[in-house]
Design a protein around this ligand. Structure first.
Ligand code: LRH
Ligand code: MN
Length: 431
């Protein structure tokens, strides 16, 4: 029995039932946009070209340190995860790449894995290393750090792991390595914060030296957790200075949940673009800490403001501007496939809204210190309901007008619950 997948027939039937309403809404929106001098079809083509990577660790149910409540039909291994990623891309047509995490996604044959992914119409984005957990029979523990550990042997082990991830990534066709370390301290005095950074930089130099010519390494900063007094790479400033010191292949990755409350993340993005060090994003949303909630579910205006800076940069032709877009979320109470589909759509929405900002009018208002006028130019774009254009982009790209409704109508999860016997796994933890 072949594994269940959503049929074209069901997709066509679901689309057919919604096509007339979409055509009406689309016509009305493109008429309204053309009055603003905006070509709706061109905007739809831009949305069709937008892509974000799915994190493999996001397709299974996530959890916290307290507990994880697996759902039915959980992916058992990377091949199940790829099947779910393919289902997401089939319906939203905006997630053509997958970002794997090692050793969580370790397998015996990476060339075969690449082929399986290609059969699903998927490719691999940045690979993520993991020196924040100890693996069975690991010689040196990462309890007190990894790339910045006081013991050279522990650092060497962490460096070797990152170099292994590069080797795996090369077989998968990836072009970047994301390095997030949990290194830090819980007590004042526990760590010499300067020497810790120096040890990190020495380790990263060895990792950078192992990068192929056309690769980048993304440094992911995080204010706190699991370290609760100091984190070695705690903020964009440290990450930027480290990337400067490490050379052109080193860039900064902005995980939206890794900042103190109320930090102006869109300004951090603008700064990293200005200095040519914006490597990419881990998109998610948060209300308090690194909550890893669904993108656009808490602060959609902030997400729009981030894309407003990205479009401004692109329009200005900023040097070396090629940010990698990836999701990084933990789906503790929803069907991960539904959350990832909706999150990709919220990214497309912020992108579309940023593309319809009247930039000459904005620049004019800024030059005239017309504070409200300038703000209202952004609000005008943000309050434009671009949903018909997002749906038309999906339809024209062979996807679903209504992905979540179509997914639910397919009974995909029920089928997977039958195909994938539940796997007993430890309860707590994010994966
Ligand atoms: C750290 C982080 C990092 C991943 C992990 C799953 O909080 O954002 O990007 O490696 O989550
Ligand atoms: Mn992240």
């Amino acid at each position: 029995m072949t594994d269940f997948s959503i049929s074209e027939d069901l997709l066509q039937a679901e689309n057919a039932a919604r096509k007339m309403a979409l055509d009406e809404d689309y016509a009305a929106l493109t008429r309204a946009l053309s009055r603003r001098g905006i070509d709706g079809d061109a905007l739809t083509r831009s949305i069709m070209a937008f892509g974000v990577a799915i994190p493999t660790w996001g397709v299974g149910t996530g959890g916290t340190r307290f507990a994880r409540f697996p759902g039915p039909g959980e992916p058992r291994h990377l091949f199940d995860k790829l099947e779910d990623c393919a289902t997401i891309h089939h319906l939203v047509r905006a997630t053509p790449t997958v970002s794997p995490h090692f050793p969580w996604d370790a397998t015996s044959d990476y060339a075969a894995l690449r082929e399986v992914a290609a059969k699903h119409g998927l490719a691999f984005d940045a690979v993520n290393s993991n020196t924040f957990q100890d693996q069975p029979n690991q010689e040196h523990s990462y309890k007190f750090g990894s790339l910045s550990h006081v013991e050279p042997a522990a650092r060497a082990q962490a460096i070797a792991h990152n170099i292994d991830c590069i080797a795996i990534g090369r077989q998968l066709g990836s072009k970047a390595l994301t390095v997030w370390i949990a290194d830090g301290s819980n007590f004042a005095g526990q760590s010499n914060m300067t020497l810790a950074l120096d040890r990190y930089l020495d380790s990263m130099r060895e990792i950078c030296a192992a990068l192929p010519a056309d690769w980048r390494v993304f440094l992911e900063h995080k204010l706190y957790e699991p370290a609760f007094y100091s984190s070695v790479i705690s903020d964009w400033g440290t990450s930027f200075a480290a990337a400067q010191e490490l050379g052109p292949k080193a860039q900064c990755l902005v995980d939206l949940g890794h900042h103190a409350p109320n930090v102006n993340i869109e300004q951090i993005v603008a700064r990293l673009v200005r200095f040519g060090k914006l490597g990419g994003f881990h998109f998610n949303d948060s209300k308090y800490g690194d909550d890893d909630l669904d993108t656009g579910s808490v602060e959609p205006f902030r997400l729009f403001l981030v894309f407003n800076e990205l479009i401004d940069a692109r329009m200005r032709g900023a040097d070396g501007f090629a940010p990698a877009y990836m999701l990084d979320q933990s789906h503790n109470v929803t069907d991960p496939i539904e959350s990832l589909m909706q999150s990709a759509i919220e990214l497309q929405r912020a992108y579309a809204q940023a593309l319809i900002v009247d930039r000459p009018a904005l620049a004019e208002a800024q030059a005239a210190n017309d504070a409200l006028g300038a703000h209202l130019e952004l609000k005008r774009a943000y309050t434009t309901d671009v949903s018909p254009i997002l749906a038309m982009a999906r339809l024209r790209a062979g996807g679903a007008i209504a992905p979540i409704e179509t997914y639910r109508a397919s009974g995909y999860r029920k089928h997977k619950a039958k195909e994938r016997p539940p796997v007993a796994r430890t309860s707590a933890g994010i994966v």
